[in-house]
Ligand binder design. Sequence first.
Ligand code: NAX
Length: 356
Amino acid sequence: MDSSATTRRLQHLSRHFKASNITTPPVRVTVTGAAGNIGYALVHMIGQGRLLGPNQQIILTLLELPMAKDQLEGTMMELRDCAFPILKEIRGTTQYDQGFMGCEIAILVGAKPRGPGMERKDLLAANARIFKEQGEALEKYASKNVKVLVVGNPANTNALITAQFAPSIPKSNFTALTRLDQNRAQSIIAQRVSANVEDVRNIIIWGNHSTTQFADVSQATVQQNGISQTVRGLVADDAWLQKAFVEQVAKRGGAIIEKRKASSAASAASAVCDHIHDWLIGTDNGTFVSMGVVTDGKLYGIKEQVCFSFPCICKDGNVKVVEGLKWDQFQQSMIDKTLKELLEEKEMAFSVVVTK
Ligand code: NAX
């Protein structure tokens, strides 16, 4: 391996394993749905130090439904058997008070899956009730500075509901996971232009974590041999970038289910770690990451309050949306489509949880 490749590899490792300067006291992290598909992979990655680095101790609470108590106990047994040094304590519970007491990072993975014959609006309603309860529980028991990441689908709308029912926690502390979509997009481009995946930067996922999401390469670059080139220039195929690529990213989850006969788990868990790591440790200079954030009426002219995925820069635990990027007609039409879906989801979900 040449020295520049070695340097790149070390930089990549340090990105994942950068030690946090907070070495004490331990951080309280809660994972809901911890015995499920994603939860099982995630709690082990957390034990390996993927969230906050290898020097930060964690008190990890696994929250599950009573009916998954055995799976929860089995997951905890395995987690203990890994003897991860950073896990100061491992707790398991099926109660919100014990699950969220003093929680500083809440990763809300548990959600009701879509059952046979279930309509989209039924799924929205079932999850709206769950995330209302979880918002209320966070309001009551969690740290007022808790950072919340919603993974359970429909993730953006669930995040909005959670924030709504935890009014004393700043709205900016609630986010939804679109990092998996970003990682998928980065990996597809890296393969297309034969680059290292970490050298592909600043692909943006706009909007909803759903098939209406828009993977946008207008700001994206690839570093090769010390030179930065635009993804558009390197790919030199706008038709592919605007259609096949966008669809491949948006439908990747379905393609995995078809092959694996099970939904994405390790890649979702890894994206959760990337999201929390970059949020709390900070994004690399000149790099932005995609996160679903709650709009404030000013961002990109979006007047309504929704949880919308934007390009973000993180520093000192704060998220700043990258503002001022201009959209052409194509981008505007894609963004209108995903915003429209989010507004419809919001209306359906809020009609269930908000009693007038
Ligand atoms: P699983 O069904 O394997 O696991 C879900 C777990 O959550 C179960 O163990 C269940 O007992 C638990 N659970 C359900 N309701 C709960 C509640 N109220 N409190 C605590 N625990 C609860 O699903 P899995 O494959 O792990 O997926 C979890 C969620 O992530 C799904 O909603 C899925 O659609 C969503 N995803 C979101 C992604 C994203 O990028 N935002 C990508 C991956 C995934 O599709």
